[in-house]
Design a protein around this ligand. Structure first.
Ligand code: ATP
Length: 569
C-alpha cells in the first residue's frame, strides 16, 4: 500500500508490559523460537531468524492460512511469484513515487527517526526521554522511500535498477489475466499468495513487529463493480446485510472446547450474487476475525479499527485494520482494504495490456435493462472512472473521453474488476501468538511443592510440537522400545518430540515452555496393565498429560491417534 499513514491506535507501553516483552524476547531466544539475524557479527537491525520451534510455528500458521484461504474454498486460487519483478510494476503501483515515510535527522545524536513516531521512540542518548522530548536539533521531515534497491545483471547503471518487493500483492495484479485464463475462475474470485516482502523501515522496533524483511499472506479478491452487480441482480446489498453477528457469535476456540471446529456458519456470511463492495468488504473482515479466533486469538485480544475518510489512500473506499493488543500497545496485524479498480487500472494504463474481463451475464442482463437504468448505471460508472483518471493526471478532455468509452463497455459485458485486499503479516501474527500464549502459573513439582512455571498456551492447531513422547525411565529397554514404537506411530501425522532425558516432571516443563499441548508417557502400567480407573488391568495404555492444567488421563494406545488428531485439526 503506497501511501503510509500513522493510523493504528498506539498505546504507550506500561513499564510492567516492557518487563513482559523482555521475558518473551528472552524465552524466544532460550527456546529457539527467534534469534537475531547474524548475531555472531553483532546482528543486523530489523532482521530476524526463526529457530527450530519458530520455524515449525511459522510453517503451521502459513499452512493454516493457505488451507483456509485457498484449498477449502472454490473461489480462491494460489500464486507464487518472484521477489524481484520488473521495476515498471512499482512505478505503476505508485511505490516508486509515494512509498515513503517521513524521516527526521537529529543533529545532536546523528540518529534518524520516523517523523510520525518520535513520541514513541526513546532518544538513543537519553533513553528516559522520547525523541520528541529531547532537546537535540531536528531537521525538517523529508520523504524516505522504503524500497530496497538492487541491480539486475552485471552492469550497475540506472537501466538495471530493480527492487525487492515491498509487498506480495502487486504480483497478483500483474498476473491477474494469466491466472484468470488458466484457472477457469469467474468473478468474484481471489488470488492468494504467501511470501517475503522487504521494507527499509527507518526505525525497525518492537522485536519482530517492524522488521526490514518479513513475510506477508495476501489475498486479492476480485469483485464486480457495484454498477455491474446492480445491472445483473437489480440491487446491491449493503454491509449491514452481512451481519456483524458473526463476530459476537461464539466462534472462539477459547470458548469452544480445544480443537473443536468453529461453530456453524451464520447464513448472513454466505456470499450472494447481489453483494457489492461494501458487503464483500464486511464479509472478509468477518472471515479474517474468525480465522484468528480459530487459532486461539480470542475476540477480546483483537480490535477493529475502521480508518477515517481522511486516513484512507485516495483509491481506497474503506480500510479496516485488525489490531492485536501487544504488550507494547495495540497495533496492526492485518489490513483489509477495499481498493476499487485502482490496481488493475494502473497496470492496464502502464503496461498497455487489457486488465478487463468479459462477463456474459452482464452482457445478457444489460440488454434487458430499460433506458433509464442503463443511463443511471452508465453515468455512475463514468463518474467513477473519471475520478480515477483525473486523479492520475490524465487531462480533462482525454479523461472524459476515456471514461465514456469505459462505460460503453458495460453493454458489451466488459469492465475492470474491483478488489478487496485482506493483507496480513506472518511475523506479526507469530509475535501475537507468542504474546497471547505466554503465561506464568504455579504448579506443584514432583515433591508437591508449588513452583512457577512458564507455559506457552498455543492453540493445538498452531503449536510447533503437538505431542511429546516419553518413556518414564531411560534405562528400561522395554519402556524405551514401546515409546519409540509410539513415536513412529504418531510421527506420520504430526510433529512429535521424543524425550527420554531427565526427570519426567522436568521433561513436562520443557514441553510447557515450548507450547506442546500434549505429552504421552509410557510407564510400567503400559507394560503390566493399568492399576486402577476405567482401564484397570488393561495393557497398552499410556498417560496423556494436558499442558494447560497438568491433568493426566489414562488412554488406550489404540485410541491415541484419533484422539490427538481431533484436537490438533
Ligand atoms: P504499518 O502501518 O504498521 O507500517 P502498513 O499499513 O504499512 O503497516 P501494509 O502495507 O498494509 O502495512 O502491509 C500489510 C501487513 O504486512 C501489515 O498489516 C503487517 O502485518 C505486515 N507488515 C507491514 N510492514 C511490516 C514490517 N515492517 N514488519 C513486519 N510486518 C509488516
Amino acid at each position: 500500500m503506497p501511501v503510509r499513514l500513522s493510523k493504528t491506535v498506539r498505546l504507550m507501553a506500561e513499564p510492567k508490559e516492557n518487563v513482559l516483552m523482555e521475558k518473551i524476547v528472552s524465552l524466544c531466544k532460550r527456546r529457539g523460537f527467534i534469534f537475531q539475524s547474524s548475531e555472531i557479527y553483532g546482528g543486523i537491525n530489523g532482521f530476524w531468524d526463526y529457530g527450530p520451534l519458530g520455524a515449525e510455528l511459522k510453517r503451521n500458521v502459513k499452512e493454516l492460512w493457505w488451507n483456509t484461504m485457498t484449498r477449502r474454498r472454490d473461489d480462491v486460487v494460489g500464486l507464487e511469484a518472484t521477489i524481484i519483478m520488473s521495476p515498471e510494476i512499482w512505478k505503476a503501483s505508485g511505490h516508486v513515487d509515494t512509498f515513503t515515510d517521513p524521516m527526521v535527522d537529529c543533529k545532536t545524536c546523528k540518529g534518524r527517526f520516523r517523523a510520525d513516531q518520535t513520541g514513541e521512540i526513546p532518544c538513543p542518548q537519553k533513553p528516559s526521554k522520547m525523541v520528541s522530548e529531547c532537546h537535540g536539533e531536528k531537521t525538517a521531515p523529508r520523504a524516505f522511500n522504503l524500497m530496497f534497491q538492487t541491480y539486475v545483471g552485471p552492469v550497475q547503471d540506472a537501466s538495471a535498477i530493480a527492487y525487492l518487493r515491498p509487498e506480495t500483492a502487486q504480483a497478483i495484479f500483474a498476473q491477474f489475466k494469466n491466472v484468470l485464463e488458466t484457472s477457469r475462475q469467474k468473478l468474484p474470485f481471489g488470488i492468494a499468495q504467501v511470501g517475503k516482502a522487504f521494507r527499509n523501515e527507518v526505525t525497525p522496533r518492537n522485536f519482530t513487529f517492524r522488521s526490514r524483511e518479513f513475510e506477508q499472506m495476501e489475498l486479492e479478491f476480485f469483485i464486480k463493480p457495484d454498477e455491474v452487480v446492480e445491472a445483473i441482480s437489480g440491487r446491491v446489498a449493503t454491509a449491514a446485510e452481512v451481519s456483524g453477528g458473526n463476530i459476537q457469535h461464539p466462534t472462539s476456540n477459547i470458548q469452544h472446547p480445544m480443537g473443536a471446529a468453529p461453530g456453524p456458519r451464520p447464513p448472513t456470511l454466505d456470499p450472494r450474487p447481489d453483494w457489492g463492495w461494501e458487503a464483500w468488504h464486511k464479509y472478509w473482515v468477518e472471515e479474517r476475525i474468525v480465522f484468528y479466533e480459530g487459532i486461539g486469538l480470542g475476540r477480546s485480544t483483537l480490535e477493529e479499527y475502521w480508518q477515517k475518510p481522511e486516513e484512507l489512500a485516495h483509491y481506497a473506499r474503506a480500510c479496516v485494520d485488525i489490531l492485536f493488543k501487544f504488550p507494547f500497545g495495540t497495533q496492526e496485524l492485518e489490513g483489509i482494504a477495499a481498493r476499487s479498480d485502482f490496481d488493475l487500472s494502473q497496470h492496464e494504463r502502464c503496461s498497455g495490456k487489457s486488465m478487463g474481463v468479459f462477463d456474459e451475464e452482464l452482457r445478457a442482463a444489460w440488454s434487458k435493462l430499460d433506458d433509464a437504468k442503463k443511463e443511471a448505471l452508465s453515468r455512475r460508472y463514468t463518474e467513477a472512472r473519471l475520478k480515477y483518471l483525473t486523479k492520475m493526471g490524465v487531462d480533462q478532455a482525454a479523461a472524459e473521453q476515456e471514461a465514456k468509452e469505459d462505460a460503453a463497455g458495460l453493454a458489451k459485458g466488459q469492465y475492470i474488476p474491483h478488489v478487496i485486499e485482506p493483507s496480513a503479516g506472518v511475523d506479526r501474527l507469530i509475535l501475537a501468538l507468542i504474546c497471547n500464549a505466554y503465561s506464568e502459573d504455579q504448579m506443584p513439582d514432583e515433591k508437591g511443592k508449588l513452583e512457577t512455571r512458564v507455559v506457552l498456551k498455543f492453540h493445538p492447531r498452531v503449536a510447533p510440537v503437538k505431542v511429546g513422547v516419553m518413556p518414564l525411565l531411560k534405562n528400561k529397554p522395554d519402556l524405551v522400545a514401546k515409546a519409540r514404537q509410539l513415536r513412529d506411530l504418531l510421527r506420520p501425522h504430526m510433529n512429535v518430540f521424543y524425550d527420554d532425558a531427565g526427570a519426567i516432571g522436568r521433561r513436562y516443563r520443557r514441553q510447557d515452555e515450548a507450547g506442546t499441548p500434549f505429552c504421552v508417557t509410557v510407564d510400567f502400567e503400559t507394560l503390566e496393565g493399568a492399576k486402577d480407573g476405567a482401564l484397570a488391568g488393561q495393557k497398552d495404555t499410556v498417560t496423556l498429560r494436558h499442558r494447560d492444567d497438568g491433568r493426566q488421563d489414562r488412554v488406550k494406545i489404540a485410541e491415541l491417534l484419533p484422539l490427538l488428531l481431533e484436537k490438533i485439526r
